[in-house]
Design a protein around this ligand. Structure first.
Ligand code: NDP
Ligand code: MG
Length: 381
């Protein structure tokens, strides 16, 4: 099997997007398409360096600006969510790396699957909202979905060579606990944007950094794991591991536990999602066991991190509840980042939206989009 070489990178200006371009440059992979929301300056720079066939800015005014700026090149510029879907299904791409933030990744992910691409998936919100639809479509069209999220990549790596999923007793997701893990509840509720954005181990986009502080991120990852590996909630657990060196583990039915370890560097899981099943040299430095800190593990505290408790509730309910959870959280985190609500309100707003969410065990795409929209409205009220 050959290592994939031509990539449509959705969200190229973000934290994952920029690290993906480093991996691609180091491995001599080319870009078929690069996309962003409105960051014209950086996308122009990336297009001049990587010369994709297509560049997309979802914001139409920003796209018009980029078109003028790239007039001296052969790069075609498109806009809107149609532009994203086109980037996801370009004939010349073999792999689509979805690193956009939020539920906006759903339609392009489905487009990539229908076009039979390998999907290297960083965009966890898509699986949280519509994981069953996405995984069913991938099975129908024979598209591989390879996770980029470090925990899911760790599990994916531990499962290589496991021929029968019934051998898996449980998945163990590790969580850093974020910046507030040892803070009292009242202090967490009043945390500022600046405090929430100070993650101890990872440098990431603003939304996922806030999700890490509330531990909603681990809740979203719990649901992501259920969908990716088609396991019930009872077979997934979460442990706090402050050092972020053990990226996750799989316990098998004979009692053996496999783990994947590494320094916290997203370029490794990004690269593996692009080169799997091969392993190649790359920019990520290996972990030095002799200088790494002692590895510690403890149980999460659901009382101080109500967002995690809400996500576990949505996971157990299934159906449209996870789309409502995610939509409400995206809206509430947006309000928090804009300085409009206190940190503690994120969980309250998500709880309200989850309580109102429709009980639909097998939602279709339209049901999911409706549950998402309703939850965003409830959370914004
Ligand atoms: P960033 O906020 O850094 O980047 C988001 C990217 O998506 C940017 O390119 C942005 O464009 C684009 N984008 C944002 N909104 C829209 C929109 N409405 N339409 C189209 N494009 C949009 O996020 P991250 O890179 O941190 O995260 C991306 C995804 O990867 C998330 O789902 C996150 O949960 C997941 N992930 C991230 C990890 C990390 O280490 N960062 C780790 C594991 C998972 P623009 O720059 O123009 O705004
Ligand atoms: Mg993660």
């Amino acid at each position: 099997m050959t290592v994939s070489k031509r990539i449509s990178l959705l969200g190229s200006t973000g934290s994952i997007g920029r690290q993906s371009l480093e991996v691609m440059a180091a491995r001599g992979m080319t870009a078929a398409a690069l996309t962003a929301n409105q960051n014209v300056d950086l996308l122009e720079e990336q297009c001049r360096r990587f010369r994709p066939e297509l560049a997309v800015l979802t914001d139409p005014a920003a796209a018009a600006d980029l078109r003028l700026r790239l007039a001296d090149t052969s790069v075609r510029v498109a806009s809107g969510t149609e532009g994203l879907e086109e980037a996801a299904s370009l004939e010349s791409a073999d792999t689509v790396l979805t690193a956009v933030m939020g539920m906006v990744g759903l339609r392009p992910t489905l487009a990539a699957i229908r076009a039979g691409k390998r999907v290297a998936l960083a965009n966890k919100e898509t699986l949280v909202c519509a994981g069953e639809l996405v995984m069913d479509a991938a099975a129908r069209y024979g598209a591989d979905i390879v996770p980029v999220d470090s925990e899911h990549s760790a599990i994916f790596q531990c499962l290589q060579g496991c021929r029968d999923r019934r051998e898996v007793r449980r998945l163990i997701l590790t969580a850093s606990g974020g910046p507030f893990w040892d803070w009292p509840a009242e202090q967490i509720a009043g945390a500022t944007v600046e405090q929430a954005l100070r993650h101890p181990n990872w440098s990431m986009g603003a939304k996922i950094t806030v999700d890490s502080a509330s531990m909603m991120n681990k809740g979203l990852e719990f649901i992501e794991a259920m969908r990716l590996y088609r396991l019930p909630a009872e077979q997934i657990s979460i442990v706090i591991h402050r050092e972020s060196i053990v990226h996750s583990l799989v316990e098998f039915r004979d009692g053996a536990i496999l783990a994947q370890l590494g320094a916290p560097d997203m370029r490794l899981p990004i690269q593996y999602a692009l080169t799997w099943p091969e392993r190649t040299p790359g920019p990520a430095a290996p972990l030095d066991l002799l200088s790494c800190p002692p590895l510690t593990f403890c149980a999460p505290d659901l009382a101080r991190f109500p967002c995690l408790a809400l996500a576990l509730e949505a996971a157990r309910r299934g159906g449209a509840a996870t789309a409502a959870l995610n939509g409400a959280n995206e809206a509430a985190v947006g309000l928090f980042l804009a300085g409009k609500i206190p940190f503690g309100d994120i969980a309250e707003r998500v709880a309200r939206a989850l309580a109102d969410a429709p009980r639909l065990p097998e939602p279709g795409l339209e049901d999911i989009l409706a549950a998402d929209a309703a939850a965003r409205r409830t959370a914004a009220r």
